[in-house]
Design a protein around this ligand. Structure first.
Ligand code: ZN
Length: 164
């Protein structure tokens, strides 16, 4: 394995893909988002239950796909479970910048998620890494109900309203 790939598939990423955290459905989810990444064949279902204050009280995902897509979803749910909505938004923006931006920032708020930085050298893998986060973005936008997102659709700025 070349050094770049080694970085991409660091042990912690492999561990999350083999033993995903918060895997399953939430019967009493407030919002459910289905995410597709047709470029790689990855799919995830993201379920979130907001508490009355709008915190992400429970967050779970299920799905199948490549190691990067599943590890990214697993690490995302571990990071955001129990967090306020504002923290979820900050993390979403920081993660997008980490894998798709051109800056050198690896904000400490991302913690282990910083290991996903290696994907920025592999444009197709960026979609895999962002799949769960695109679903999160849609979940935060909708707040309730169900929707589907695809990595083939351009991301619309959060809050612009793209209700279905
Ligand atoms: Zn993938």
């Amino acid at each position: 394995m070349n050094p770049e790939l080694e970085e991409l598939y660091q042990e912690i990423i492999l561990d999350h893909s083999r033993r995903p955290r918060n895997f399953g459905r939430l019967p009493d989810a407030t919002v459910r988002i289905h995410g597709d990444n047709p470029a790689c064949g990855d799919e995830i279902d993201l379920d979130i239950r907001f508490d009355p204050e709008g915190n992400l009280q429970e967050i779970r995902f299920s799905g199948h796909g490549c190691a990067i897509s599943q590890a990214s979803a697993s690490m995302m749910t571990s990071k955001l479970k129990g967090k306020p909505r504002t923290a979820a938004l900050d993390t979403l923006r920081a993660f997008h910048e980490l894998v798709a931006g051109d800056g050198n920032d690896s904000p400490s708020l991302l913690g282990d998620l910083r290991m996903m930085r290696g994907v920025r050298r592999f444009p197709q893998r960026v979609k895999c890494a962002m799949l769960a986060w695109r679903a999160l973005e849609e979940a935060l936008r909708k707040d309730s109900g169900e929707a589907t997102v695809s990595t083939e659709e351009p991301a619309s700025p959060l809050g612009s309203g793209r209700d279905q």
